[in-house]
Write a protein that binds this ligand. Structure first.
Ligand SMILES: N[C@@H](CCC(=O)N[C@@H](CS)C(=O)NCC(=O)O)C(=O)O
Length: 274
């Protein structure tokens, strides 16, 4: 989300990628140097000439206050501020919000299997226990340890069906009223939704974004994919390792969650129009 925001604003920056503890034994996000920047040991963090900004929502707001090569306001005054705030919150991976409670926490469950596989492939039991002990975000440490031994994706993903289906339908209604972007003009929420939708394509649920019941959503996703920031911030960013891991887990087939989700959307659509 932050890379997309930087591209939207046309800001240049130095990017320091660190090796996260869920897929690299180096666990650079738990190093003393990184914890001095971000005590929770999570990414992203922004260092703006010494001013440290944490949490993707805050970071994007701060980025928006800077002037880059592109004159765009990601938080325009003339859009519904309450709705913008609520939907940005709704689509962020907010700490403390359980999986499946918001759109931002209903999508990660579908990619949990990727974290499962990466931890199992790249980390030894000893390294995983070290992460468990050392992660300052206790909940995460516990979570990674569980993922080393159990594939918990299926039940967790099933709990997220309702919120995911309901959110896509709400986005459709909203777009029908005020498109072409979520609040008419492009804003922060479109960045978050771009990232949520891209993740749905990673996990082979992209057919949800092309249903005849959701025509405005389908148009909207095409519009988002056509933005330069989508290419710069997402498509061009992923390297061979990322694409390799994603493809080896999700393959070319549709997700096993696709059918139940489509059924839920179609049933709900039939219920509301009858
Ligand atoms: N609420 C945070 C969530 C950040 C987050 O969960 N980042 C993940 C990567 S997407 C991370 O740092 N994972 C490594 C870890 O938990 O050790 C934000 O929006 O900035």
């Amino acid at each position: 989300m932050v890379r997309v925001a930087l591209a939207e604003k046309g800001l240049s920056y130095e990017s320091k990628l660190i090796k996260l503890c869920d897929q690299y034994p180096e666990a650079e996000n738990l190093s003393p140097e990184y914890l001095a920047i971000n005590p929770k040991g999570i990414v992203p963090s922004l260092d703006l000439d010494g001013e440290i900004v944490l949490e993707s929502t805050n970071i994007i707001k701060r980025i928006n206050s800077l002037s880059g090569d592109i004159n765009i306001d990601l938080w325009p005054d003339d859009v519904d501020q309450e709705k913008l705030n609520a939907w940005v919150e709704e689509t962020t991976l907010t700490d403390g919000v359980p999986f499946g409670k918001s759109l931002g926490t209903a999508i990660p469950p579908f990619s949990l299997i990727l974290i499962n596989k990466m931890i199992q492939k790249y980390l030894s039991v000893f390294q995983t226990i070290k992460v468990f002990w050392n992660h300052p975000f206790r909940e995460r440490g516990r979570f990674f340890l569980v993922m080393k031994f159990f594939n918990i994706q299926k039940p967790v993903a099933a709990q997220s069906y309702k919120v995911l289906a309901k959110s896509l339908m709400e986005i459709e209604t909203n777009l029908a009223e005020s498109g072409p972007f979520f609040l008419g003009k492009f804003s922060h929420i479109d960045i978050n939704l771009m990232c949520c939708f891209h993740r749905l394509t990673d996990v082979k649920l992209d057919k949800l974004l092309d249903l005849e019941e959701l025509p405005n959503l389908s148009k909207y996703w095409k519009l988002l994919k056509g933005r330069d920031s989508y290419k710069i911030g997402i498509l061009n960013f992923l390297g061979d390792k990322e694409y390799g891991d994603i493809n080896s887990v999700f393959g070319k087939e549709d997700s096993m969650h696709l059918k139940p989700l489509i059924k839920m959307i179609k049933d709900e659509e039939a219920r509301t129009t009858s």
